[in-house]
Design a protein around this ligand. Structure first.
Ligand code: IMP
Ligand code: MG
Length: 175
């Protein structure tokens, strides 16, 4: 596939500053013994930085991941979310902070939140680094949002376009 042009939206420093703020916000609202459940693949870089930001302010969360699939190779979510990778930890009775890279239509986060509720977790909070509220098709408002963005297609910092660009240390938009 041809490389698209990437225009920087948030640089490494802006992301790091916001991740520290999100960590403080989470610690203020959640009990000390919560478990982070990241959504693979897109959230892996964010989760890695987020848990270390939490550590620096004295919080030691559990960390788990689930893998969902909804996207094909295009830019639109298929809307058809499937679970393709499971957690190891029993989450029943735990307070969970569900973490994703970006909320677009909201279908992925809603599916994951409902899945966790079915597993009888004590409570689910939701956190996304990026939010595109203008694209929402279902009702879900993340408890913690890093950056609210317009309807643009973003890549980098774990976020891909057709399996590319995850390695970018910044977040950019492609045309
Ligand atoms: P939703 O189910 O429509 O909310 O889509 C959420 C998922 O789609 C996110 O977890 C991302 O993996 C992916 N996604 C949404 N918007 C973008 C984008 O702008 N760039 C890359 N991936 C995106
Ligand atoms: Mg994703």
């Amino acid at each position: 596939m041809a490389e698209a042009e990437v225009t920087e939206l948030f640089d490494e420093h802006e992301i790091a500053t916001r991740v520290e703020e999100l960590a403080r916000m989470a610690v203020d609202r959640l009990p000390g013994n919560f478990v982070i459940v990241g959504l693979l693949i897109g959230s892996f870089v964010f989760v890695a930085d987020f848990i270390r930001a939490l550590h620096r302010i004295g919080c030691k969360p559990g960390v788990e991941f689930i893998r969902l699939s909804s996207y094909g190779l295009g830019r639109e979510s298929s809307g058809n979310v499937r679970l393709i990778g499971e957690t190891e930890m029993d989450l029943a009775g735990r307070v969970v902070l569900l973490v994703d890279d970006i909320v677009d239509t909201g279908r992925t986060l809603l599916y994951a939140r409902d899945l966790l509720r079915e597993r009888k977790v004590a409570n689910v909070f939701t956190c996304t680094l990026l939010d595109k509220p203008s694209r929402r098709e279902v009702v879900i408002n993340p408890d913690f949002v890093g950056f609210t963005i317009p309807d643009v297609f973003v890549v980098g910092y774990g976020i891909d376009y057709a399996h590319q660009y995850r390695q970018l240390p910044f977040i950019g938009m492609i045309n």
